[in-house]
Design a protein around this ligand. Structure first.
Ligand code: 5AD
Ligand code: FES
Length: 350
């Protein structure tokens, strides 16, 4: 097989490799290969997006969840999770504040089943009528085709549903009562309904192999989502995986770079989990190829309760103004926060 540098060159030019080649590339991670991939990813991203970083205001509307994902702090069996659900008025107030900061995308996220389809549709309609220049992204879990269709009709623009891992056996080992097949069905439905669709996976989750990560990369290549969220796995002490090791910052950065080369115009966030395992993680993520940040707009009083993993940043009082913090952080590495909606665009070329 070609060496890693040639594989990276080929990925940059044809945006595709075989499963075996992806796996070899993942195993070939070193300071040198990572720097080589990051330098190319940075160049590719700058050619398309310049020094612009899109912002999405994240509103964690409820931590109530019907699922029991082994890694997640808001899983239904976690009796130590103090459950909450924001009211419509509280959610609208978060949007109003975010709009004042210049945000033109709101991401509504919650555990699965916290809101039913009618409630979601009502909320989306209200946000879209009050903030007509904004995009609404939903991140509320699995629903039927018909429910996703109604949410789209209500005005939702985008949907985030991480696939978590593209390896079916690995998926089953992390999600006791969920079906990989249904996850994939949801993602296909979302795309066919015309949502800008985001998938994504955790890096370094227990049981993850290089072969599984290769499948993730192949899945992104073939499914071709508009967005992809990745971040390191971080243990949460009240979960069955609470004593496992975190994923690494370095591997997450390397994968961000490879994702940028697979899909140059992908909307790729530098995530809070990355900022949690490394104090400069989000800056490093952008330098490695990411082009989106998601400041937390949730009311400060609920932030600690949305504890997917331990040590999550942006949960203290000082974090009321994540937007200012992130803007300074992006400026410090030569990037500007954009207050456009930042819709996905098919390759922009002069
Ligand atoms: N560590 C890192 N990421 C996590 N998520 C859930 N639990 C954890 C954890 N312990 C991620 C999942 C989910 C997203 C909202 O947060 O990938 O899709
Ligand atoms: Fe939230 Fe810095 S981004 S406190």
């Amino acid at each position: 097989m070609e060496n890693a540098f040639t594989l990276i060159d080929r990925l940059e030019s044809v945006h595709s490799l075989s499963l075996e080649e992806y796996e070899a590339l993942i195993l070939a991670q070193s300071d040198e290969t990572a720097a080589y991939a990051a330098e190319k990813a940075d160049r590719v991203r700058k050619e398309i997006f310049g020094n612009k970083i899109y912002v999405r205001g994240l509103i964690e509307i409820s931590n109530i969840c019907r699922n029991n994902c082994l890694y997640c702090g808001i899983r239904r069996s976690n009796g130590n999770c103090d459950r909450y659900r924001l009211t419509f008025d509280e959610i609208l107030e978060c949007c109003r504040q975010g709009h004042g900061y210049g945000f033109r995308t709101f991401v509504l996220q919650s555990g699965e089943g916290a809101l039913d389809c009618d409630e979601i549709c009502g909320l989306v309609k209200e946000i879209k009528s009050r903030f007509s220049d904004c995009a609404v992204t939903l991140s509320l879990g699995e629903f039927s085709y018909e429910e996703y269709r109604r949410m789209k009709e209500a005005g939702a623009d985008r949907y985030l549903l991480r696939h978590e891992t593209a390896d079916e056996a690995h998926y089953a080992s992390l999600h006791p009562d969920m079906k990989f097949e249904n996850r994939m069905r949801c993602l296909k439905d979302l795309k066919s309904l015309g949502y800008q669709t985001g998938c994504g996976f955790m890096v370094g989750s227990p049981g993850q192999t290089a072969a599984a990560l290769a499948k993730d990369l192949k899945f992104i290549e073939t499914f071709s989502p508009e967005m992809c969220g990745i971040g390191p796995f971080i243990p949460q002490k009240d979960t069955p995986l609470g004593n496992e090791k975190s994923g690494s910052c370095g591997q997450t950065l390397y994968l961000l770079s490879l994702l940028r080369l697979i899909k140059p115009n992908l909307l790729l966030p530098s995530t809070t989990a990355l900022g949690t395992i490394d104090p400069l993680g989000r800056e490093k993520g952008v330098k490695a190829g990411a082009n989106v940040v998601m400041p937390n707009l949730s009311p400060v009083r609920v932030r600690k309760k949305y504890a997917l993993y331990d040590g999550k940043i942006c949960t203290g009082d000082e974090s009321a103004q994540c937007v200012g913090c992130l803007e300074r952080r992006m400026n410090s590495i030569g990037f500007e926060i954009s207050s456009e909606r930042g819709d996905y665009e098919e390759i922009k070329k002069e």
